[in-house]
Design a protein around this ligand. Structure first.
Ligand code: SAM
Ligand code: NAG
Length: 769
């Protein structure tokens, strides 16, 4: 333990896998140079330190660190870039992510790359954001003189590098010719710097307060247990909890060579700055080494942040007072987001990551809520299985409405926002965080992509370079939590080689089942025919003579179509609801499908079944929000300066929880879908929810619901609680009530002014986070 042998842990991986490495490099045409590189690398990292021991003094200072760095980098500086390409992954993505979060319009940026080494990052940046055009100055700070020499050589005589300054200095003690920096980056440098606290403090002092961005890409280990108490600040837990073995293995492995993968560095970043985005992943090239990319900003970023917090206190549906004394005095429920902010302020923690995001769509939620576990980090619905045209028919939405609806896949939320006179506010509620991640992806796409790109992702379900789009364009429009989800799952599903968006979620089983049955019975061509009929007569003929006899033959009927395990489980229908369907599932299915075929053309007017049969939408047969007109409606700003998509809020909670914290009498329409079918008629759940929704409805406010029963049992409960209920449609055999026709009834229950009706107990929340 006598000298600083930076990177030699890394070298062991190289040697351990040297056979693979050499083989890899042989593939390249520059065999000799590559082999030489590996040999020089091995010499510098492995052999030389053993031969020549230096700096065995226990009290190493800066000059010793510099000396040690030289010892290590001195004779491998020239091969540095070629040997680090595979090892130091995520550097480019880190720069891209940071750039996405810089203010778009600002010119003359100042960037400091701390521990910048050979200047490779700066060259990479020139490809992302041309330096000459966008930067007034770029500083590379590094303590190794031989790496600085390589950097100087790289920049010499290059016109794009005119503004680049190489500073040979210690990261905790350097100064630049500008008062502040708009961008500060660390790429694989914090892990080598023993005085990282002081380096981070120095960076904090330098970072521009209102819009500056700081970014870090580094190896690093972490676990859930070590972020308890500050989870809302870290921006998402995807891949954050590493297996015990990996965690300790890599830390010990690297630490022997004084390369530190400990938690302290990232923790300190997350403590000193607000987290804009982060993601956690592994470098699998060399044996699953954990690394992360993190992008942050000043903790107290801007006035607008305070404004948003105050909004929480006054304007949001989550009515909450602006300070605690008030809360106690008036006994009003407080939003969870507000509680969390107050608690973080008391602990001197940054605000929850959600507060640093540009868009206010996502209402605060805490990812460790145990209720989320049941969803196993997946959404159920990749598309919404309710007909919004009928909703509008029933409810006649207008800008006088404030609507609360279940998110599901977000299709209906966007359908309402697309209307000529859309509701002034729409609250989308879903307990499953991933359903809201899906809607966030849609919202972010409307902010930053073209209509054509939106069509590719959500119409066809596939797009080239999703990961690049996500990092470069979508990331700054979404929460870190949603970003992490899509970093983890997006590319695999959405790439042209992937299975497509509609083969995700549990609803994929319905689509897969349909495909399997069609293939098994060889009726794929009939299905295509059914999906391209141009008049109802043809459609009915194809259905009656070709498709139906096959689907409803006794074998398929009992095994597949009529088997609750297959069909209903695939569509996410739980037991209580299955009860409502009645004895014969097969009859239910016939009652569903037969009338649909008689109702309208699947090829142009039934995107629901079209999607199920074809796995994607068609340009002339898709939800309104995927059309060009829909795009315009959603994104065009109105007189008040907001576009309809700006007035959507996403709540990740139970309906009951949202109702009980909502501003009293703020909602005109609540759309709860078939959700009440899920309740047990013997328990009080339905009654509690009905009383809760009643509290936040305006007088005359309406609840719209669908059910698998013609006369659901809880309609009586609504009536007992002071609602007047009217069926909008009750499905009788042979008839359809909407284009999906899967539910047996749709109801509108209107709140009556009846002082004698029972009232809900409004729940007070505690400040426990
Ligand atoms: C693994 S290299 C990464 C270099 C470069 N950022 C990259 O991504 O290729 C770590 C760098 O940190 C530098 N470094 C280590 N301690 C330092 C200190 N106290 N001050 C400045 N730079 C330091 C090293 O000289 C080295 O260039
Ligand atoms: C968009 O707005 C226009 C005009 O207000 C309206 O006619 C149309 O139905 C709306 N929706 C779509 C999807 O076009």
């Amino acid at each position: 333990m006598s000298e600083f042998i930076f990177d030699s842990g890394i070298s062991r991986i190289f040697l351990g896998g040297s056979v693979t490495m050499v083989a890899l490099m042989m593939v390249s045409s520059r065999i000799n140079r590559a082999v030489m590189s590996v040999l020089v690398f091995a010499w510098a990292c492995f052999i030389k330190p053993i031969l020549g021991k230096a700096g065995s003094d226990k009290t190493l200072g800066q000059s010793q660190q510099q000396h040690a760095l030289e010892l290590f980098y001195g004779n491998q500086a020239h091969i540095y870039d070629s040997t680090r390409k595979l090892l130091l992954k995520g550097r480019e993505e880190c720069l891209q992510l940071a750039v996405s979060h810089l203010p778009q319009t600002k010119k003359g940026l100042v960037w400091v790359d701390i521990g910048g080494g050979t200047g490779k990052n700066i060259e990479m940046m020139n490809e992302i954001l041309p330096l000459e055009k966008h930067f007034a100055a770029v500083y590379l700070v590094d303590l190794s003189s031989s790496l600085c020499a390589v950097a100087r050589q790289r920049f010499a005589g290059k016109s794009w590098a005119k503004n680049v300054v190489v500073l040979e200095a210690d990261a905790c003690d350097f100064s630049i010719d500008h008062a502040t920096a708009d961008l500060i980056t660390f790429s694989y440098s914090l892990l080598m710097i023993p005085t990282f606290n002081s380096v981070i403090d120095h960076a904090l002092a330098l970072l521009e307060k209102s819009a500056g961005v700081i970014a870090c890409v580094d190896f690093g280990i972490q676990s859930l247990d070590t972020c308890v108490g500050r989870i809302n600040t870290v921006g998402g837990l995807v891949n954050r909890n590493m297996p015990w073995f990996l965690r300790n293995f890599w830390r010990i492995w690297f630490e022997a060579d004084k390369v530190f993968l400990d938690l302290a560095r990232r923790n300190y970043l997350e403590y000193k700055f607000g987290t804009l985005k982060s993601f956690n992943t592994y470098n699998n090239m060399l044996g699953r080494i954990p690394y992360y990319v993190w992008v942050g900003c000043d903790k107290d970023r801007s006035r607008s942040l305070l404004h948003r917090i105050n909004c929480l206190a006054t304007e949001s549906p989550y009515l909450a007072p602006s300070d605690e004394t008030q809360r106690i005095e008036y006994n009003i429920p407080v939003s969870k987001g507000h509680e969390a902010v107050l608690s973080n302020i008391r602990k001197n923690l940054p605000f929850p990551s959600i507060y640093y995001q540009k868009n206010p769509w996502r209402v605060y939620f805490n990812e460790i809520n145990p209720l989320y576990h049941q969803f196993r980090n997946q959404y159920i619905y990749a598309f919404t299985w309710e007909d919004p045209r009928e909703d509008h028919e029933m409810l006649k939405f207008s800008s006088k409405d404030t609507v609360l609806a279940i998110t599901s896949a977000g299709d209906n939320i966007l359908a309402y926002a697309c209307l000529p006179d859309p509701p002034s506010k729409i609250h989308a509620v879903d307990l499953n965080p991933c359903q809201n991640h899906l809607l966030e992806l849609k919202l972010a796409s409307f902010k930053s992509l073209s209509q054509d790109q939106i069509w590719k992702i959500f119409g066809e379900g596939k797009i080239q370079n999703f990961r690049q789009l996500l990092i470069n364009q979508l990331s700054s429009e979404m929460s870190s939590n949603a970003f992490q989800y899509w970093m983890d799952k997006g590319e695999k599903a959405l790439s042209p080689k992937g299975r497509g968006l509609y083969d995700t979620g549990s609803t994929r089983w319905a689509l897969r089942l349909a495909r399997a049955v069609f293939t098994f019975f060889g009726i794929n061509s009939y299905i295509d025919e059914l999906c391209s009929c141009t008049n109802l007569r043809d459609q009915i003929r194809v259905w009656e003579t070709k498709v139906k006899p096959t689907l409803f033959n006794p074998f398929v009927a009992t095994l597949l179509v009529g088997n609750p395990l297959f069909l209903w489980k695939a569509l996410g229908v739980p037991a209580n609801q299955a009860e409502l369907i009645g004895d014969s599932v097969l009859k239910y299915v016939v009652d569903t499908l037969d009338p649909v075929v008689h109702r309208s053309l699947i090829s142009t007017d039934n995107y629901f079944y079209y999607l199920c049969l074809k796995g994607k939408y068609a340009r002339n047969n898709c939800p309104d929000y995927l059309t060009e007109k829909g795009f315009r409606n959603l994104t065009t700003k109105r007189a008040d300066g907001t576009a309809p998509i700006d007035n959507i809020r996403l709540h990740t909670d139970t309906l009951n929880d949202v109702f009980s914290r909502l501003n009293q009498k703020s909602i005109t329409i609540a759309i709860i879908m078939d959700h009440m079918d899920w309740f047990d008629p013997k328990k009080d759940d339905a009654k509690n929810e009905i009383l809760a929704v009643k509290e936040c409805l305006v007088p005359g406010g309406r609840v719209m619901l669908r059910s698998a029963a013609q006369y659901p049992w809880y309609i009586k409960t609504f009536e007992a609680c002071g609602f007047k209920c009217k069926p909008h449609g009750i499905r009788h055999a042979g008839e359809s009530i909407d284009r999906i026709n899967m539910y047996a009834s749709a109801w509108v229950c209107t709140k009556q002014d009846d002082p004698k009706a029972p009232k809900a107990q409004r729940r007070m929340s505690s400040l426990k986070i």
